[in-house]
Design a protein around this ligand. Sequence first.
Ligand code: SF4
Ligand code: SF4
Length: 469
Amino acid sequence: MQQLSNSKIPSITIEDPTPLPGNGKFHVKLIEGFYQNLRRIISWPMLALFFGLTWLRIDNLPVVLFDFSAHRIFLFGIELSWYDLPILAGIMISGASLLFFMAVGWGRVWCGFACPQSIWTWLFIRIEDMVEGRAAKRAKTDESNLTGLVLLRRAIKHSLWLMLSFATAITFSGYFVPIDQLLANIIALEASLFSLSWIIVMALLTYANAGLVREKVCLHMCPYSRFQGVMFDNKTRTVTYDKQRGEPRSHRRNAEDNTGDCIDCGICVQVCPTGIDIRNGLQAACIDCAACIDACDSVMVKLGKAKGLIEFYSEEQLSPSQNTDVQPQKPSSILSPRLLGYLAVFSITLIGVFYSLQNRTELLIEIAKERGSLYQISDDSVCNNFRIELEAFSDNLSQLKIAVNNHNGSTPLTLIGPKDIYLTEQNNTFLYRVCSPLKGQPTRSKIDFTFSNSTFSSSKQSTFIAPTQ
Ligand code: SF4
Ligand code: SF4
């Protein structure tokens, strides 16, 4: 048992994990209820987004694509370059602060309701349930001899798991390589060895994580479960068994026995995807999926008792000093300085991301003076040579006009070179000569190169040099 505390964070207790039954293998019983419906409402749109986003395009641009080979990132119709990587860092910081905000407020609800590991595990369990029968039947089959029908069902289950794993791996790869191109290559047997190896590794990882290893990922591999304890405080609502109301538990339902409301039916344990008994207290293995809440609520309804023997409670709500009745007191405030702090960080970084997206670089302009002489004099003019490199991060910028202006507007400038620029990956470097009357020209003056089309305009400053007069 770990006791986590310091002077600022009130102590909370995380119990050691409940030992798993028998040889550690258990079958998860599926349950219906409010939180299971909530999980569907969250997970089905997330699955639809995951499988659908790779196929969607806005203005003929992929909705989400991290195209490393072309050094481009496409996000919801916006094309980013590597110069915009701080925007991605901002998105990651705001995502992490949202995760911390949820952890401080409601424990591991991300794990239980939205983490891909959980979503895929529930999908695999549903396939298992559909093909091999309910949890009790599966447990019985495990103990009996394997018949032909059992083996056939098992083969169908593993085949479906593998199909889903490969669909997941190909879709995931579609976030890095255009998926239509990838699929066409696979079908034509022209996919590269690297692509095929990557897809096979990803598929096997999905199959192993969601089908074979499942809760062990949450228990032993996920770093989030390791540091969750320090995120919680006594206002954090996590899935908790109300011991005062439930204990002493008893199979017998006799009011005179003075027993608690828990009838020790064990359904809350049978539905737990990590195989723990929440009645033993807050445990590192609990992913706050709330399956045990739905299970226990269904039992309480059958017994004609109030729901909520297991619920999202904070330690403060159930502390004996505040709660002298059997029922938990009215919900205490969830607000704490840490919760507000994470909300503030999330809001600020999100505003920063939107601001940066609005002001991101669409055209990268590099202007350098031609090496050699600083200026050339011909007749009564002085000229400077410039080498201009352009990189566009929008299809809209393939055609541009160039103009040059003197910063102080005092002396006229003549631009010698193509006024219309047709930008391609191969054609992105241009040489220009800028000339000005020699008379009255200052030794150094600021000039602006402007690149524009009907919807875009951007300027870059450079220096024009003339002899001392
Ligand atoms: S104890 Fe309850 S909330 Fe925690 S993982 Fe098990 S079923 Fe989910
Ligand atoms: S489901 Fe409820 S009543 Fe049944 S064992 Fe769990 S806590 Fe007790």
